[in-house]
Design a binder for this molecule. Structure first.
Ligand code: CP3
Length: 362
């Protein structure tokens, strides 16, 4: 990275291919970044995490969060950086007590179990006990020195609610669905608090320097269509309409990603976002035919392909690029987060293959 003193919050990133592709403007090649690009498949990440002690200490330290955000960019010519944090910092700030049990993923000490706990739930103040995230965003922006743009993010209200109600990552969502169908008033109460929280949280990230933002709806795909529209998409629409869309004279693009949301692309594209994230189950050519006139698309290589070999990676990257076809409006990514078992050299092969093979399409 170049001299941090050269950073000027008003100036535009030198490599703006990611922002341009999200706005469907011409680019010389297809930009690429990777969901969970800073993570456990990188030995340097594991070393920093060990120094921090645990995952949340890593998130809470702006210095360490900056360090790990930059690690994948030091290895690969990625076209965007993503804030190192987690979607669950928001319910943690609501007082639910986030912790990571070794090898078991995220857990809450105090999941929402009683009606009074739901009635007591209040929106977070992003400048209060989430200030460490804002400090990380501004520190990362300085360290990036306008080389590539910085992505901010949050979980969707529904996905956050799944963790808040179940107390952990779901498989069957028994508690969530029992509440959604049995006590929809309580579910709407939680979702309203989450939507208000995520709106101010993302706006605070934008104010701190995030140049694009992404909503992760990891569990919306577990819902019926009617439930998805009422309990997930409606709240994401509310957030999108409350976001700061221009900052320092630049459009701040919004990406919405519902994992398993392939059957609802038209509906997602209609909520006012700039781009829709695709998981790997969707053919990106069909997705483009359906919504490519109104939004950009981000995705959608199966993350398992990164467990193979560089030649397989190159071949499969070519298939996604060819399927999208000529023109702008594609940000290359995986269809979900990268696996911790990924050999780092396969990521190098992916990034180079996207850059090399996409030029003929632009
Ligand atoms: O993409 C990036 O590099 C930015 C950082 C980021 C993390 N989590 C870091 C992380 C982002 C954008 C997230 C989002 C997130 N977190 C989502 C939405 C995306 C998705 O995966 O569907 C969800 C559902 C979570 C909740 C969460 N946090 C889970 C399920 C886990 C365990 C994951 C696992 O692989 O075991 C986490 C922990 C987490 N968040 C890690 C990282 C790098 C691994 C933590 C560790 O170091 O042990």
């Amino acid at each position: 990275m170049s001299d941090p003193e050269a950073w000027n919050p008003m100036s535009h990133p030198k490599n703006d291919t990611f922002l341009r592709a999200l706005l469907r403007q011409p680019t010389p090649y297809t930009p690429v970044w990777i969901m969970r690009q800073a993570g456990r498949y990188l030995p340097e990440y594991n070393a920093t995490r060990a120094r921090a002690g645990d995952f949340m200490s890593l998130c809470r330290s702006p210095d360490l969060a900056t360090e790990v955000t930059l690690q994948p960019l030091a290895r690969y010519p990625l076209d965007a950086a993503i804030l190192f944090s987690d979607i669950l910092t928001v319910p943690d700030a609501m007082g639910l007590g986030l912790y990571f049990a070794e090898g078991e993923g995220p857990r809450f000490e105090r999941p929402l179990r009683d009606e009074w706990e739901i009635n007591d739930l209040a929106p977070v103040d992003p400048w209060g006990n989430l200030r460490y995230v804002m400090d990380a965003v501004s520190q990362i922006r300085k360290a990036l020195a306008n080389e590539v743009p910085l992505i901010g993010f949050a979980g969707s209200p529904f996905t956050l609610a799944c963790y808040m109600i179940e107390g952990k990552g779901g498989t069957d969502f028994e508690r969530v669905k029992t509440m959604l169908y049995g006590r929809p008033d309580l579910m709407h109460k939680i979702l309203a608090v989450n939507a208000a929280s995520v709106t101010t949280y993302l706006n605070a990230q934008i104010e701190s320097g995030a140049q694009a933002v992404m909503l992760f709806d990891s569990w919306g795909g577990a819902l019926s269509q009617a439930a998805y529209l009422e309990f997930s998409l409606a709240y994401m629409e509310q957030i999108v309409s409350g976001l700061t869309r221009e900052r320092d004279g630049q459009r701040v693009p919004v990406i919405v990603f519902t994992k398993g949301g392939g059957q609802w692309l038209e509906k997602i594209a209609a909520i006012g976002c700039d781009a829709v994230g695709l998981d790997w189950t969707v053919d990106i050519r069909d997705a483009r035919a359906r919504v490519g006139k109104s939004v950009a698309l981000q995705g959608n290589l199966d993350p398992s392909i990164l467990l193979t070999t560089p030649d397989v990676v190159q071949r499969e990257v070519g298939k996604v690029l060819t399927s999208f076809g000529a023109g702008s409006g594609h940000v290359f990514n995986l269809g979900h987060g990268i696996s911790r078992l990924t050999p780092p050299e396969n990521v190098a092969a992916l990034v180079d293959a996207v850059h090399d093979q996409s030029r003929i399409f632009h």
